[in-house]
Ligand binder design. Structure first.
Ligand code: NAD
Length: 459
């Protein structure tokens, strides 16, 4: 069923785009069992989590795109202006050409194929470089794509950093990168050599604020799910929680109850259960346990978890308080199931602390007080905001998804994904514009008319 749609400069027409998207959807549907097995092998991901966070987002992106693509592709009329009197203006989205998609290991299926949906919708050809740290999923994505598409249309280049760097030496027409801010900087520098436009979907420390007015049980459940799904290896996972001192004790109790209910009461039950993922690699396991040890050595208190097993890369859902602000846990993106709690008395101080750091990818607020929620939204800057919810803004296809500053450039999902891979080309057509009136020689009446016009229109 290989779809050999040609990748010419003009890009794909509507019908070929629809065929390509339907081909991809069918290939995914056919391979569901293998996708689930690959993610179990790479990350110990529970099957429902694979369906919810890897397969469903890609299929939903395809369905949403098929529903709206015709409208997105249609040239949009631009309203006339006085200066352009007598012309007709349109904005015509056109494919950029051939896109490079480089993806991370944490959602190695969804973050490789999700951007492909947008690239195809915009009529491009694409090469995908999946993460080498999720080798089973990388191999599966390569097989699935090679069975679905001709290699000069969509192709998967498997491999590590060297392969990514070699690809980035080529003059792609768009580079869509999902990964860490550190590597994002290198990617942007590489893209600059060819002036390749970039979308950078990066990470960072996403804070949570639990206010005095929060529904503590609901907040604890949402935060536990957002933090411990995929064992915390989620770009928009809550990184750390600022909790109003007056509710801290009750919040801690609710958080412990939520962890016990979702993953089990003891580390043995959590490890034996089928709902909790594993740390991706030995290197990340050592990094995370090292962060916990460092914090505890400096006086942090373990509120929950802390247990780990190196052989199986199990790290229990862990909650800490009193973490030294200088500790790695408070400086680096945690990207694992470790949640520091920071009690606060003064919301302005929390806002100032957030604003003193790099702009986060997500910021979460749990409260019922509209004024406090509005103050936080208005006085902070982040890629996105979740109010009384975690993670779910990622799934809303009528919202752009992306970062700002250190957490990324550009946006993905739905129409924003389509636009990332399109050039929005302005087309101006002359119908009866009196252009002769502005051409030399500039003498007499003509010069006076231009002077008058410039005065009126340039005001
Ligand atoms: P990473 O930056 O280490 O790797 C991402 C990809 O870049 C991989 O395919 C890798 O092979 C490649 N790469 C690594 N070094 C490179 C180099 N020097 N030049 C070119 N390519 C290179 O990221 P990761 O560890 O796979 O993923 C974790 C990070 O990704 C976290 O920071 C997380 O927050 C972020 N992330 C962001 C999103 C988002 O949508 N914004 C989603 C998932 C993960």
């Amino acid at each position: 069923m290989a779809d050999g749609a040609p990748a010419r400069r003009a890009g794909l027409d509507y019908a070929r785009r629809v065929t390509a998207l339907k081909t991809l959807s069918a290939a995914i549907r056919k391979s569901e069992a293998e996708i689930i097995a690959a993610l179990a092998e790479d990350l110990g991901k529970p099957e429902p989590e694979v369906r919810l966070t890897e397969i469903m987002p890609v299929q939903a992106e395809i369905a949403h795109t098929l529903k709206h693509l015709k409208r997105w592709m249609r040239p949009k009329r631009a309203r006339g202006t006085l200066i352009a009197f007598g012309t007709r203006a349109r904005i015509r989205p056109e494919p950029k050409g051939t896109a490079l998609i480089v993806s991370p290991w944490n959602y190695p299926f969804g973050l490789a194929l999700g951007p492909l949906v947008s690239a195809l919708a915009a009529g491009n050809a694409a090469i995908i470089k999946p993460s080498e740290l999720a080798p089973a999923t990388s191999a599966l994505v390569a097989r699935l794509v090679s069975e679905a598409f001709a290699p000069d249309f969509v192709w998967v280049a498997e491999g590590g950093v060297g392969v990514a760097q070699a690809l980035m030496d080529l003059p792609f027409d768009h580079l869509f990168f999902t990964g860490s801010p550190e590597v994002g900087r290198k990617v942007m520098a590489a893209a600059a050599r060819h002036l390749t436009p970039v979308t950078l979907e990066l990470g960072g420390k996403s804070p949570v604020i639990v206010g005095e007015g929060a529904d503590l049980k609901a907040a604890a459940r949402a935060i536990a799910w957002g933090k411990f799904a995929n064992a915390g290896q989620t770009c928009i996972a809550p990184d750390h929680v600022y909790v109003a001192r007056g509710v801290e004790k009750r919040f801690v109790a609710e958080l412990k109850a939520a962890i016990a209910k979702m993953y089990g009461r003891t580390p043995e039950a959590q490890a034996a259960g089928r709902d909790y993922a594993r740390i991706v690699s030995g290197r990340h396991f050592v990094r995370l346990t090292g962060m916990i040890d460092e914090a505890c050595a400096a006086g942090a208190e373990l509120v929950a978890g802390g247990e780990s097993d190196r052989a199986t890369r199990f790290l229990a859902p862990t909650v800490l308080r009193n973490v030294n602000p200088g500790a790695a846990l408070m400086r680096e993106e945690i990207f694992g199931p470790v949640l520091p709690l920071v009690p606060f008395d003064d919301l302005d101080g929390v806002i100032a602390r957030i604003n003193a750091g790099p702009k986060p990818l997500a910021l979460y607020v749990f409260d019922k007080d509209r004024a406090r929620i509005e103050a936080i939204c208005a006085q902070t800057s982040s890629g996105g905001v979740g109010i009384n919810v975690t993670l779910a803004h990622y799934m809303h296809l009528n919202l752009p998804f992306g970062g700002i500053g250190n957490s990324g450039i550009g946006a993905a999902h739905g129409e924003w994904g389509f636009r990332a891979f399109s050039h929005e080309k302005p087309v101006l057509e002359n119908r009866f514009a009196p252009l002769g009136g502005f051409m030399p020689p500039y003498r007499g009446m003509k010069a006076r008319r231009i002077r008058l016009m410039a005065r009126i229109l340039g005001r």
